[in-house]
Design a protein around this ligand. Sequence first.
Ligand SMILES: NC(=O)c1ccc[n+]([C@@H]2O[C@H](COP(=O)([O-])OP(=O)(O)OC[C@H]3O[C@@H](n4cnc5c(N)ncnc54)[C@H](O)[C@@H]3O)[C@@H](O)[C@H]2O)c1
Length: 251
Amino acid sequence: MTDHGRRFQDRRVVVTGAGSGIGRATALRLAEEGARLLLVDRDEAGLAETAQLAGGAELHQLVGSVAEPLFVNQVVDTAAQELGGIDVLCNIAGILRFNNLADTTLEEWNQVLGVNLTGTFLMCQAAMPQLLESRGNIVNTASTAALAGHPWTAAYSASKGGVVAFSKGLAIEFGRQGVRTNVVAPGSIETPIQNEFFFPEGADHSLLKRIMAFDQSRGPEYVASVIAFVASEDGAHMCGSVLRCDGGTLS
Ligand SMILES: NC(=O)c1ccc[n+]([C@@H]2O[C@H](COP(=O)([O-])OP(=O)(O)OC[C@H]3O[C@@H](n4cnc5c(N)ncnc54)[C@H](O)[C@@H]3O)[C@@H](O)[C@H]2O)c1
């Protein structure tokens, strides 16, 4: 096993979406590097599995939706009580829906924006006082869909474009006060979210290459390593950056 070092020794970290995929891989990577963690997901069974995989690390768990302001307040209160503050906030929870523009309902639009963009906003807003105190940092999760045209994902693409713009705003607004905000933009990562993929009726299949990895798909640990880099002191001079991790899709 690779020894990744202990860059997060005793660092207090909140990870959303920690019950699966990239969130789980990030929680495990940061736990391995010494972090004390508060893991958040709406999927209780997924969170329990992550906790089991993390072995002996200090872990706290909260089940709920990041799209709900009352729950988000509970998350930051729990971080204050159990961890004594927040050094790193990783907003990874997200949902994906494929659909033609014409078939995208307002309900679906609001649902996707509500989790991916509003959830990220709520978490950052609520955690900011603790991050200002610790001079900590935020890593938000966008997608290649935020950086280049991505078919059949109007709501998802808009939500992730919003995450990039919102994060750059935070980087400027709080950077001089010592809080860095950066974005990771994955593409073609093998996680359960990919089960959402289907060709909408009448879709031009040749557009698929816009969203396929240049070389091959890879596992979520390859995104976790990028998140760990930028959230650690190794990334201390990065603020407002968008780190693409997509096997070359957008090259
Ligand atoms: N896998 C990819 O190829 C890919 C590409 C680009 C971006 N992303 C982004 O990476 C992030 C993680 O996705 P993943 O691939 O690990 O998918 P995943 O489905 O494996 O994990 C997403 C996790 O978020 C949780 N979640 C969803 N809605 C939530 C809510 N309202 N509150 C709390 N938790 C919630 C889910 O329960 C799940 O555990 C997402 O933001 C996704 O958009 C993934």
